[in-house]
Design a protein around this ligand. Structure first.
Ligand code: MG
Length: 227
């Protein structure tokens, strides 16, 4: 494979489904909250909506099922409960292969910056313990830093600004189609890693530059390139 790290200085790295194997807990929490509304919902659809602001996800699920929107207040209340439930049922399971991926980037001299739409402190507070040295303190953009979630390019544009690099000096590492959309919208070389049940063509449709079938596969390719 060609050396896609050539002239790259920074990797902008998503969290849910990339750093942590956390999407399964999001799916479960969403399913439980939406079930209470008595509207049809397949929890796994969350893999396709991943990255959107939580209240927008609720509004969209509700509109799809009923043809009507939901009030801002109700959406916020449901999202707050979903977040609480996620904290209760979720564990910070590091994604298999991710520690190797981060180490390989470090060896290549590539600075790692976290770019997530999440504000989940249970995960954000664990990263430094679970992946020591992977991220410098302050090298993160979270939901608290942006006004537009993915698929808007804002989170990745803010990541570039934080790192002080141009779009062509960075790569994006994503597991979600809307995250890929955001990375490409920011003009960045965007790598999709399949860590959930998202079909390859959804990543292709969003313009992913490379698609890896798993995180261990991606880590192995990085290790081979860097040697
Ligand atoms: Mg993700």
């Amino acid at each position: 494979m060609e050396n896609f790290l050539k002239n790259k200085k920074v990797a902008l790295i998503d969290m849910d489904g990339v750093i942590y194997d956390s999407m399964k807990y999001h799916v479960r929490a969403w399913q439980q909250i939406v079930d209470e509304l008595n509207i049809p919902f397949q929890g796994e659809d969350i893999y396709v909506y991943e990255g959107m602001v939580g209240t927008e996800i609720i509004n969209m699920i509700y509109r799809k099922a009923t043809g009507k929107g939901i009030s801002k207040e109700k959406a916020q209340e449901l999202y707050n409960r979903k977040s609480k439930l996620f904290r209760e049922i979720g564990h910070n399971d590091p994604m298999p292969g991710t520690a190797r991926m981060l180490k390989a980037l470090e060896r290549a001299g590539i600075r790692r910056v976290l770019v997530t739409g999440s504000a989940q402190h249970t995960l954000l507070d664990s990263i430094n313990a679970d992946f020591p040295g992977a991220f410098n303190s302050g090298d993160r953009i979270t939901a608290l830093d942006v006004t537009h979630g993915k698929p808007d390019p804002e989170p990745y544009l803010k990541g570039l600004a934080l790192a002080g690099v141009k779009a062509d000096e960075a790569i994006v590492i994503e597991n979600a189609p809307l995250g890929v959309h955001a990375g490409k919208g920011a003009g960045i070389f965007t790598i999709a890693v399949t860590t959930g049940p998202v079909p390859k063509d959804l990543f292709e449709k969003e313009g992913a530059d490379i698609i890896f079938p798993s995180m261990p596969d991606f880590a192995s390719v990085l290790e081979a390139i860097i040697q």
